[in-house]
Design a protein around this ligand. Structure first.
Ligand code: SAM
Length: 262
């Protein structure tokens, strides 16, 4: 069931995802960057999809952002975005595991976005992650946290299904990129799903290439994730299932959390 390769084959294609949701969550995060005081920690930052806009927002302000991820491939993409001419002293990029981290600092804003928490499929890893986050938050800190809304069932009818996420032209390289998903299997008792993300590329000269990665997620029903967060001493300040009233596609749940006063 496990077999999750941390986006090792497809990290360089990750940022082509142009779904509205992935613009809306950056705006959502930037609103909190402006609102909160203190330094920022982004957990499982991936390719820096969100890290770079946050860095642009805070640079020169005296605040800093620490971003970490466990995937070398994702971090390589992020580091490739840092132009040598720019001063990145307020941005620290590290390799780290969200189920076990310690930076000896506290932050005013912590982000764990775009379903990253759900890659922790074991209960112990998920619980440790929440404990580590709690320890790194200042008293007034905010945690932005997201999970996808699960389907009613991941049984036989789910397995084997394939669909195209997007089909677009990469104008820079004059290449066509089709991203599709194929559901492989599920463990409904453990609430884990496994699917294949596949990218089919047609390059400028007509050459065809394909890349794929296995993705593994644990899914949570809203009551379960709320219980888990409360159990780890987080108060739910806000709960949103849409970040944009124009976007009618409700797929995810977003939480704004603070440390509970204990
Ligand atoms: C769906 S991506 C989201 C990336 C980023 N948060 C975003 O909003 O685009 C999930 C990320 O979680 C990272 N990840 C998975 N397991 C991890 C772990 N144990 N510790 C740190 N990062 C992890 C993956 O490498 C990947 O970059």
């Amino acid at each position: 069931m496990e077999n999750f390769g941390l986006y090792g084959n497809t990290a360089f294609l990750y940022d082509f995802d142009n779904r509205q949701l992935l613009n809306d969550d950056i705006k959502f995060a930037l609103d909190y960057v402006k609102q909160q005081k203190g330094d920022i920690m982004e957990i499982a930052c991936g390719t820096g999809r969100m890290t770079i806009p946050i860095f642009e927002e805070i640079k020169g302000s005296g605040r800093s952002i620490l971003a970490f991820d466990l995937s070398d491939s994702m971090l390589d993409v992020l580091r490739g975005k840092l132009s040598p001419e720019k001063n990145h002293s307020c941005l620290q990029v590290e390799k780290g595991d969200m189920s076990n981290f310690y930076f000896n600092r506290k932050f005013g804003l912590v982000l764990l976005m775009w379903r990253a928490f759900q890659h922790l499929i074991d209960t112990e890893g998920a619980q440790n992650c929440l404990k580590c986050i709690y320890e790194h938050m200042s008293d007034d800190a905010v945690l932005l946290f997201n999970v996808f809304l699960p389907k009613d069932s991941y049984g036989k009818e789910w397995i084997g299904k394939e669909f195209i996420t997007y089909d677009l032209i990469d104008k820079k390289n004059d290449a066509r990129i089709i991203r599709s998903t194929k559901n492989i299997d599920s463990d409904e008792a453990r609430q884990i799903i496994r699917y294949l993300t596949r990218y089919d590329l047609t390059l400028k000269d007509g050459e065809k290439k394909h890349y794929e990665d296995t993705i593994v997620y644990k899914y949570y029903y809203p009551e379960q994730i709320k219980e888990l967060l409360k159990k780890h001493n987080f108060d739910i300040i806000e709960e949103l299932n849409s970040l944009n009233p124009q976007n009618k596609e409700i797929t995810d749940q977003y939480y704004v959390l603070k440390k509970a006063k204990v």
